[in-house]
Design a protein around this ligand. Structure first.
Ligand SMILES: Cc1cc2nc3c(=O)[nH]c(=O)nc-3n(C[C@H](O)[C@H](O)[C@H](O)COP(=O)(O)OP(=O)(O)OC[C@H]3O[C@@H](n4cnc5c(N)ncnc54)[C@H](O)[C@@H]3O)c2cc1C
Ligand code: FES
Ligand code: FES
Length: 466
């Protein structure tokens, strides 16, 4: 039995936990406002809000219902466009109308849900954040400018919202119906855990699996790790940052611990998927999917991360770079799962950078991506790790390049020589994202970009780019 609140209604269903929330909402509950566009997380027409109860507060975020296994809704508040409709249009809906942000209307419920989700966030609003909130929504008609204007005008209204209790403020200001005020106490009565089948197929956020095998998941026994609080969260101990394997990309990018050591992480992670996909996709899901261009894999390879693997009573710790064996082949035995990720706390005088090039800047997977970690002392590199994606069958840790750079002074000569070694280490193939030559050139440019960004005073830009 899966129990959750859908808009204002308590749902108790025996439906399979692997069916999509989208199908349940539209066909099981006859709520057609949530649209079906791509069923692959790309268009945002199916966006809904997911509210999670914790310590008397319900935290809301946008998710795509087409990739959400129904079981992940257990104990949550799921809000569709019908759940925010009132007698009068809300200020979000009004802004879409007033700014001509809607034409055929197919995408509109998705945009309204994303922007309402932005209102519900516990952060002050600004134009950039409001526009970022709709990074996962596509519109075929308007050309976006009118929707951007709507987002801007909504962010103006939200400037005075109470970030300590956004639900109450939004209800008082007619953004949300009154029943939202009761959701916290109602969710408190519902078990947050989902009954999972041990040693069955693990699902995190579903953003890879539900694209690749939706029919299979809808019929199989599944193990919903997204629901496991023991696998979530980010903390630091004496020498490492510990990230629970079911922590999602959005949580990592906003984590105070991560921001303390990697202040650019928000700008780096903005290049990964879209807000609703980041709200769902977990770090372990990215590693186990083992895409050669997986952004989190490349990021955490450069950070020299290790992973803790568990199976029944056995636990082992391996460097992330030893996890990827060959194309989609992993150092993971039957019934083993990733419990957590350990990132060594960077030592003093460290530099870190991440670069990604894709066909469009946002909501696109990389053609080539790369990360670098350097510990430097007066231009001398004392520690180094470089990673690159899209240039090998696996997310690649560039061990020879990294080794070469240790003990060297940062000069143009060092960077040129390191690039020669790097080019020997990679083995790109031509595919839809580019030819072999293009990917080699791209990685060279990204490698140079690391040094241009991190050590502008130690290198000559003109010589590097000539
Ligand atoms: C529209 C869209 C855009 C995307 N853009 C990007 C992008 O820009 N960059 C990028 O890198 N990725 C992108 N992705 C891919 C995806 O979002 C990420 O790879 C995400 O991190 C996957 O996590 P998940 O929890 O959703 O994985 P799931 O789909 O739930 O699982 C993926 C695999 O991991 C396994 N798994 C999950 N957790 C564990 C665990 N703890 N232990 C063992 N196995 C486990 C599952 O069994 C499955 O085999 C995109 C996806 C979509 C749909
Ligand atoms: S239907 Fe396109 S994102 Fe869900
Ligand atoms: S208004 Fe038609 S798709 Fe956006």
């Amino acid at each position: 039995m899966i129990t959750f609140i859908l808009n204002n209604k308590l749902i108790q269903t025996e439906a399979h936990p692997g069916t999509t929330l989208l199908d349940f909402v539209r066909y099981g509950e006859n709520l057609p406002g949530t649209k079906i566009g791509c069923r692959e997380g790309d268009c945002g027409a199916c966006t809904v809000l997911e509210g999670t109860y914790s310590n008397n507060i319900v935290h809301y975020k946008s998710i795509v219902s087409c990739l959400t296994p129904l079981g992940n809704a257990q104990g949550k508040h799921i809000v569709t466009i019908e759940g925010v409709n009132m007698k009068e249009l809300s200020p979000v809906q009004n802004a879409m109308v007033d700014n001509a942000g809607t034409q055929c209307g197919f995408c509109t419920p998705g945009f309204v849900m994303s922007l309402t989700g932005h209102g519900l966030s516990e952060e002050p609003s600004d134009k950039e954040k409001a526009i970022a909130a709709i990074s996962g929504n596509i519109c075929r008609c308007t050309g976006y400018k009118s929707i951007e204007k709507a987002a801007e005008s909504i962010s103006e209204l939200l400037k005075v919202k109470d970030i300590n209790d956004p639900v109450k403020w939004l209800v008082e200001n007619q953004f949300l119906p009154e029943y939202f005020l009761e959701i916290s106490s109602r969710l408190n009565q519902i078990e947050n855990k989902t009954k999972s089948i041990e040693n069955s197929k693990i699902i995190g956020g579903g953003t890879d699996l539900m694209v690749q095998k939706p029919e299979e998941i809808a019929e199989s026994d599944i193990n919903l790790y997204y629901q496991r609080d023991d696998l979530k969260g980010i903390k630091e101990d004496v020498d490492s940052i510990i990230i629970g394997s079911a922590t999602n990309t959005g949580e990592i990018m906003k984590s105070p611990v991560m921001l303390k050591y990697f202040p650019d992480i928000e700008s780096h992670f903005k290049l990964i998927s879209s807000e609703p996909i980041r709200n769902m996709g977990t770090i372990a899901g990215n590693f186990v999917n083992a895409s050669p261009i997986g952004d989190l894999s490349i990021y955490f390879l450069a950070l020299n991360a290790s992973i803790i693997l568990k199976e029944s009573k056995n636990t082992r710790k391996i460097p992330l770079k030893d996890f990827f064996l060959d194309y989609k082949k992993l150092n993971l035995v039957k019934d083993e799962y990733i419990e957590s990720v350990r990132v060594p706390i960077p030592k003093q005088k460290y530099l870190f950078n991440f670069e990604k090039v894709s066909k469009r800047t946002h909501l696109d997977i990389a053609s080539v991506n790369s990360g670098i970690y350097l510990k430097v002392n007066e231009d001398l590199i004392e520690e180094c790790s470089v990673s690159a994606g899209g240039v090998s069958a696996i997310p690649k840790y560039l061990s020879k390049t990294s080794e070469y750079l240790v003990g060297k002074k940062i000069t143009n000569g060092t960077v040129f020589k390191a690039n020669e070694i790097l080019q020997e280490e990679i083995s790109p193939i031509s595919d839809v994202r580019g030819s072999v030559d293009y990917k080699r050139l791209l990685l060279r440019q990204l490698f140079f970009a690391h040094f241009i960004k991190l050590c502008p005073n130690s290198i000559s830009l003109n010589e590097l780019l000539s």
